[in-house]
Every structure is written in C-alpha cells, then in structure tokens.
Design a protein around this ligand. Structure first.
Ligand code: NDP
Length: 339
C-alpha cells in the first residue's frame, strides 16, 4: 500500500483553548523499525487530548493530537528482530489488516503506531469499534485487574458512571459479580448507567452521595472507588471508602487532585493509587494480555460501546468534540470519522 509524503492532521502550534486546533498538511510517517503505519479510518476522542491541547501535560510543539485509532495496516515494521519476535508472530500482522491501536498522533490520515500497541480486529468486529475501545477499555480493564482486582460481592463505586470509562467499568465490574454503585449528574445518565450494569445510581446534583453510599453499604463504605473526576470528589472518597479499601484516582475531569499527607490514609488504612494506562502496557506481553482480554469481553458481549456522537475530521469537528467532552453533557464515547 503506498503512503503519500504529506497528509492532513489535526495539530496545535501552541497550547490554549479549542481554537488552537487546526487541520493542516504535515509530513506523513515513513516505515520504521518498530512501528506499524496505519491508514486511519476512525479516531477516538479522549480527555487526554484536551489536557495536551490546554497544556496540562507539557509536550514539544507543534503536536498532532489523538491517542487511539482504527484502520488498516499500510506498512509493517522494518526491524528483523521485531519481525522474528514471538510477540510479533502472535499478532500476525499483514498489510491491509484491520487493527486497533494506542498511538500518539492518531488525528491524522496515517499514524506510526508502536507495533506492540496494535491489535488485529477479529473478523466480526467493525472497524469503528476498534477506535472506541482501546484507551477507555484498556484503562478500565487494567484498573480492575491490577490496581485493584475486583471480586464478586464487593461494593465498587464508579464516579461519572455514564461516561466513556465509567460505562465500561459498570459493564465489567457487574460481569465480575460486584455490586456497582454509580454517580452521575442527571437522571438520563442514571438510566444509561443502570442499563450498563450499575445496580444503584446516585444523582450527585440531587442527592447526598456520601449519605447514599453509606446507606447502600450498611455504613461500611465501598471496597474500591474508581474516580476519574478528581478534585471535586476526592475529599468525599475518604468518607465513602471502607476500612482497608482502595481509592483509585485515575483522572482530572474536574481538576487535578491536590497534594496530600500520607497520614490522611491511616484512619481507615486506606490505599490510594494513581495509575496510568501507559505504565500497565509497557511490554508486548502486557499489552497482549489486555488487548486479548478486551476483545474477549467484546466478543462475549460484556463490553458494549455507547457512541455519544460521531464528529467530522475537520478543525471545527475536533474543536466541538473537545468542547463537548469537557462540558459534562456527553455519555459514552465520542469518535472522529477520518475517512
Ligand atoms: P467522561 O466521559 O467520563 O467525561 C467526564 C465526566 O466526568 C463527565 O461526563 C461528568 O460526568 C464528570 N464530571 C464531574 N465533574 C466534572 C467537571 N467539573 N467537569 C467535567 N466533567 C465532570 O470522560 P472519559 O471517560 O473520557 O474519561 C474519564 C476520566 O478518565 C478522565 O479524567 C480521563 O482523564 C481519565 N482517563 C485516565 C486514564 C489513565 O490512564 N489514567 C486513561 C483514560 C482516561 P457527570 O456529569 O455524570 O458527573
């Protein structure tokens, strides 16, 4: 498959509001030792894109945004060592294969994706599902297997339960037999969270979340709290966690959690974790474990994807997607149709 020398991509030349996002011409990737070149069809929208655009995470500029996509393989890695490795053989990539990838620079017509962060899509899985599933799906799965292995019968509190990661956490934790309690801001979101596995849903704008969680857990609190909201929910998490429980703070939707003193943990012997997906899928073996589990759960119908909206591959389309995801008005996943 031939790759052009230039391509369209959504990039920023400076950090700032959504207006800094531009669709421009940039150099297309060329074959490299350890990358698969993917012709992008769909790209998933994530909070991290907004953090990078706003400068919450500092990176060299200019920068093409986007962290996940699906499409077809246009070029294979060139390193003999990679091509002969056991893990590469496990993936069995060929030119033209449909793949899902975790790759920086995915808001583009082509992306160079690390070969071990790509996974071949099973024949019956639509290409679009690949772009919907990678970042939020792997985040949910790594947290409930490694950060805190969720067990049957445990109480799990999922904040923003109707969001992208939130819905997948509800689905996966209820599949594991946990009692899922979700928090959301509207009755409509509550309905969606219930349809996706939350046993109880608390509407944070109408109810006292701490009081309701205590009522639902016999005053004991939850075994684990999965919190992607951050600053606004942090203090209450310590009221809602049970003795020896684990608070997983994995995102900053309402702002970054402030620094805290370790002594804060001792009244209930609480553990706090701040995981990042990237550090759970460093090796090819680790990434294969989680991609494998992700597509097994998709295959079983455990993980299902609720699409909030499809956006066009234009500056205005991506700007709107970023405004929407941070507006608190979305449910499930936002996706960009690149071709
Ligand atoms: P969501 O779809 O969950 O959107 C964020 C949700 O947070 C909102 O819909 C809203 O739900 C809730 N929220 C509460 N307070 C605010 C606020 N002040 N401003 C905006 N939203 C608020 O987003 P994602 O699923 O894409 O991401 C969820 C979190 O996961 C993000 O913080 C993201 O950074 C993090 N993340 C972390 C990863 C990691 O590796 N650690 C990887 C991927 C994502 P409601 O209105 O119902 O309260």
């Amino acid at each position: 498959m031939s790759i052009p020398t230039t391509m369209k991509a959504i990039q920023i030349e400076k950090t700032g509001g959504p207006e800094v996002l531009e669709l421009g011409d940039v150099a297309a990737p060329t074959p490299s030792p350890d990358k698969v070149i993917v012709k992008v069809e769909w790209a998933g929208v994530n909070y991290i894109d907004t953090y990078k655009r706003a400068g919450v995470y500092t990176l060299p500029l200019p920068l093409v945004l986007g962290e996940e996509c699906s499409g077809t393989i246009a070029a294979l890695p060139t390193s003999e060592a990679v091509l002969k490795s056991e893990q590469y053989a496990l993936r069995g990539f060929q030119i033209g294969d449909r793949v899902a990838c975790n790759a920086s620079g995915a808001f583009a017509q082509y992306v160079a994706a690390p070969w071990d962060k790509c996974w071949k899509l099973p024949a019956h899985v639509q290409t679009k599902i690949g772009a919907l599933s990678v970042l939020q799906g792997l985040t949910a799965l790594t947290m409930i297997r490694e950060t805190y292995p969720v067990q049957k019968g445990e109480y799990v509190l999922v904040h923003a339960a109707a969001g992208g990661v939130g819905l997948l956490l509800c689905q996966a934790c209820s599949y594991l037999g946990a009692h899922v309690i979700g928090t959301v801001s509207t009755p409509l979101k509550a309905e969606l969270a219930k349809q996706n596995g939350a046993e109880h849903v608390i509407i944070s704008t109408e109810q006292n979340v701490v009081k309701e969680v205590k009522k639902l857990t016999d005053g004991q609190g939850c075994h684990v709290i999965l919190d992607g909201v951050g600053k606004d929910t942090w203090e209450d998490d310590f009221e809602m966690i049970r003795r020896k429980g684990t608070i997983i703070t994995y995102g900053n939707a309402s702002g970054v959690v402030p620094p805290f003193a370790p002594l804060k943990l001792s009244p209930k012997n609480v553990k706090v974790a701040r995981p990042s997906l990237t550090n759970y899928i460093v090796t090819a073996e680790e990434s294969a474990e989680y991609f494998g589990w992700l597509f097994e759960l998709i295959d079983k119908g455990v993980l299902k994807f609720h699409v909030h909206e499809e956006y066009p591959f234009t500056a205005d389309g991506v700007r709107k997607a970023q405004i929407d995801i941070t507006s608190r008005g979305t449910t499930g996943k936002l996706v960009i149709k690149v071709v």
